[in-house]
Design a protein around this ligand. Structure first.
Ligand code: DLL
Length: 428
């Protein structure tokens, strides 16, 4: 554990801390950020009426569109000259979302990433192979700062150039690697292709995030790289990686949200009403301690649920793995579909690999999904029995008839270093 005391703080004390931080935050953003003053005034809310997290529901959501309207620096709550770093996350269209950090924010960023790395199994004195992209993306520099804080030696490889990545894994012998899950898949496969025994590497832990992934990918990566793979979640708007992290000894039970800094809620995606623990909805965060660009009730668009795990090592709430982004959800003939649901079905068959793509097209007025998925080594992609098994399982599990095309090994696009696009939407 990186910081025993805060990570195991009794819930009552954690709430007290959150309430104090929220009250201060609301006063500050009302005074310093014209956007928030307008939001409060228009909704008829007095900052003094927010006395703790139980009052959060009164505050309107902050949406990505608000960040765009205030592009690039109009949400700053500190003078520009105090800003020490600027990151941006690229949307699919238009201007990026810009986030600014002052010294205190960077300190907190390092702290939550250090906590996350320790939670993933990393320790002071180990080496971190950091294959997240360096640049405007928060992955590279974010993991870098946290690893330095923990006392690790950082190898700032960044994404891509797979040959070089493998050479470094072999020669520098890092114990920890971090990258996107899809790039970890690429690395696992390259190891097999080159006949490199993963046991000849020193790498023990993989910290994977920045895109949705399921147990199918965990199995492939854990086997291919001989590691324990855990999930790290985050988004630039809130800080970057290190908003939540799965513990290496509690895999599959969700990721601890560092809720002394980021207060999470899950709300109904249509009505915005807060949902009880255990129910799935849109994740919303309030940055309790951010200074340069604090956000109240930021609508992440990510779908998951929250639950306290009484048998876990820490007291902070856990979030389930992200099912997908609400805006990436496909609606096929009235059925809501996230690609991770198909990935979960694929995981049930030994003859398939989690190298797949969903190709969405429209015939007249009917939307159709074609699942193109690669077969595992030793299995024939031309075998119709396998194809039919998958069609049937998808129909029974997801409730949709999809076309399935089994593909030979190596024919579906791989991650070249960053996030991988698994949906090809031909309707646009
Ligand atoms: O992806 C920050 C990050 C870097 C997280 C490295 C983890 C590791 P953005 O580029 O702003 O920031 O994208 C944020 O990515 O809203 C989710 O939709 C998705 N995402 C991030 N982590 C996960 C994860 C970084 N573990 C957006 N599982 C978020 C599922 C994730 N989706």
């Amino acid at each position: 554990m990186y910081k025993q005391e805060i990570e195991t703080l009794p819930l009552r004390k954690l709430r007290k801390l959150q309430n104090e931080r929220l009250v201060q935050l609301v006063q500050r953003v009302y005074a310093k950020v014209p956007f928030y003053k307008r939001q409060f005034d228009e909704a008829g809310i007095k900052p003094s009426s927010i006395k703790g997290v139980k009052d959060l529901h009164k505050i309107p959501f902050t949406q990505k569109a608000h960040l765009r309207d205030n592009y690039p620096f109009d949400l700053l709550a500190v003078p520009m000259k105090q800003v020490l770093r600027i990151h941006a996350s690229s949307g699919t269209t238009g201007k990026p979302t810009v986030v600014s950090y002052n010294r205190q924010d960077l300190r907190i960023f390092d702290e939550v990433v250090a906590r996350s790395l320790a939670c993933a199994g990393a320790k002071k004195g180990m080496k971190l192979h950091n294959a997240y992209g360096y640049g405007l993306f928060t992955g590279g520099l974010g993991m870098h700062g946290g690893a330095t804080k923990l006392g690790m030696a950082v190898i700032p490889v960044s994404g891509g150039m797979t040959d070089r990545q493998i050479m470094i894994l072999q020669d520098f012998k890092p114990e920890v690697i971090c990258c996107t899950p899809s790039y970890a898949q690429t690395l696992s496969e390259e190891m097999i292709k080159r006949n490199i025994d993963p046991k000849s590497l020193a790498v023990k832990y993989a910290v994977l995030g920045a895109e949705p992934w399921t147990e199918a990918i965990r199995s492939q990566v854990e086997l291919g790289l001989d590691v324990t793979a855990t999930n790290i979640y985050g988004l630039s708007e809130i800080i970057g990686p290190g908003v939540s992290q799965e513990d290496f000894e509690e895999k599959g039970s969700g990721s601890y949200v560092w809720e002394d800094h980021f207060f999470p809620e899950v709300v109904d995606k249509d009505t915005g009403e807060p949902l009880p623990y255990g129910e799935e909805g849109v994740l919303v965060f309030t940055t309790l301690t951010k200074q340069a660009m604090p956000l109240l009730r930021y609508w992440t668009n990510d779908i998951c649920s929250l639950e306290y795990d009484k048998s876990g090592k820490r007291t902070h709430v856990k979030m389930s793995a992200i099912k997908g982004r609400a805006d990436d959800m496909l609606i096929i003939r009235g059925v809501n579909l996230f690609y991770t649901q198909v990935e979960e079905v694929i995981n049930e068959f030994d003859f398939l690999t989690p190298n797949y793509q969903l190709i969405v097209s429209r015939k007249k007025t009917m939307d159709e999904v074609l699942v193109a998925v690669e077969v595992a080594a030793g299995f024939e992609h031309t075998n119709d029995v396998y194809r039919k098994k998958l069609v049937e399982k998808i129909k029974n599990t997801i409730g949709l008839t999809m076309r399935v095309q089994l593909a030979p090994m190596g024919s579906i696009p791989r991650s070249q270093g960053g996030k991988l696009q698994r949906i090809v939407d031909q309707r646009k």
